[in-house]
Design a protein around this ligand. Structure first.
Ligand SMILES: Nc1ncnc2c1ncn2[C@@H]1O[C@H](COP(=O)(O)OP(=O)(O)OP(=O)(O)O)[C@@H](O)[C@H]1O
Ligand SMILES: [Mg+2]
Length: 388
């Protein structure tokens, strides 16, 4: 996996998570602001109620005082007109009363004016608090929608990122497996046919020399060897071509191709392979290469490392899965002695088996113990696309 891409995806994930955290915090803050505004609203409303009552009482008092003041004023006019009837003391008293009442009335009216102003101001404040409250409620709703969106989108995004990462990993594996395959083929051709062809050139040169020396007996001998060498090259070439892609696999299908492979092996080797199929003999074609390569590697390992006498290959085909077991009664090995990751493993065969199974959404397990043989279990699901 490309580390930079990995870092980038992790950072993106991190940024999204942190933004979401901040949004949740903001939502909580806004909720608190809303709660405070609600309390303030209730308090102000209560105060406004009290104020309105006080104002109503004051208006009432002003009304009464207005009447009394008017009465006092009329009384003064009356007293002043009939100054013969009233003495100076009465007039003064009347005057004092009228002017006292006027003063008191003026003060009360002023008080009423102030109360009205206070009421108006409080009503304005109440409207503004109400507006804040409405905005806070709206914001809380909007934020929670955004958070819901982000949370669900983030989950989808995370899933997509994970899928992308997996796809990249699979892609890298395929490329690595292809490169490895090419390396092997190059090595096989270099060690086998190419080496032999170099020998053939030397043999023809010897032939040439012997012909110049008129040693026709030697030439005949050399030609016989040459013929044998060319036959060997041909055999090696055919083997390489067969290993590359057995034509039987395309022409006959998987199971006949395995049967052919096994019978050729049984003729050439002292070991004996028993191949059994349980279930239907027809499998989806897309599994051909995977299963054939796994069996091929299993057999190659038996041949190279096992010293086994018997090998059993069992292919079990069902509706949903195909199971493959390759077991030998050879010397076995310590699993901990080999690591199955590509970078550090001794060979690539066993990790290749695991890889191929994994690429088909299946899995491969290897069991082995010194003195107890080796078993490879492979299980691959059969998808609908394969049946189509
Ligand atoms: N059937 C077996 N019997 C005994 N030992 C085995 C068997 N299969 C694998 N091993 C052991 O496990 C090791 C790893 O096998 P693997 O197929 O991964 O690599 P390899 O065969 O050594 O090399 P490559 O497959 O790349 O040519 C082998 O080197 C061998 O020691
Ligand atoms: Mg191997």
């Amino acid at each position: 996996m490309n580390l930079k891409t990995d870092d980038y995806l992790n950072k993106l994930d991190d940024i999204l998570k942190r933004s979401l955290e901040q949004l949740v915090i903001s939502q909580e803050d806004i909720f608190k602001i809303g709660e405070e505004a609600r309390k303030e609203y209730n308090r102000t409303k209560q105060m406004l109620g009290d104020l309105k009552r006080e104002l109503a009482e004051t208006i009432d008092v002003v009304d009464k005082m207005t009447k009394l003041e008017k009465k006092a004023r009329l009384n003064l006019v009356q007293v002043s007109k009939n100054f013969k009837k009233y003495d100076e003391e009465d007039i003064k008293e009347s005057y004092d009363k009228a002017s006292r009442m006027q003063l008191e009335l003026t003060l009360k009216i002023e008080e009423e004016k102030q109360l009205r102003a206070k009421r108006d101001e409080m009503e304005r404040a109440l409207r503004s608090i109400n507006e804040t409250l409405r905005k806070a409620d709206n914001l809380t709703i909007r934020l929670s929608t955004v958070i819901d969106y982000l949370e669900s989108d983030m989950n989808i995004l995370s899933e997509q990122l994970k899928g992308l990462q997996e796809k990249q990993v699979v892609g890298m594996r395929i490329i690595r497996a292809q490169e490895e395959e090419r390396r092997r083929i190059a090595r096989d051709i270099h060690d086998g046919p190419a080496q032999m062809l170099a020998n053939i050139i030397i043999m023809t040169e010897i032939c040439d020399k012997k012909a110049q020396q008129n040693d026709f007996g030697g030439v005949k001998q050399e030609l016989g060897d040459l013929k044998e060498a060319v036959r060997m090259v041909l055999k090696e070439m055919r083997k390489t071509i067969y290993d590359l892609r057995p034509m039987a696999l395309d022409d006959l299908g998987l199971i006949p191709a395995i049967k052919k492979y096994v019978s050729r092996f049984n003729i050439e080797s002292e070991k004996q392979i028993r191949f059994v199929v349980i279930g239907e003999e027809v499998l989806p074609r897309y599994l051909d290469t995977t299963l054939f390569r796994i069996i091929q590697e299993g057999i190659a390992n038996v041949e190279k490392h096992s010293q086994a006498k018997n090998v059993n290959i069992k292919l079990e085909t069902g509706m949903e899965y195909v199971n493959l077991i390759i077991e030998d009664d050879g010397q076995g090995f310590h699993l901990q002695d080999i690591t199955l990751d590509k970078e550090n493993s001794l060979g690539l065969g066993l990790s290749g088996i695991k890889e191929r199974a994994r690429l088909m959404d299946g899995e491969a397990k290897i069991e082995s113990k010194p003195g107890h043989g080796t078993r490879i279990f492979v299980r691959i699901p059969i998808s609908d696309r394969g049946r189509a």
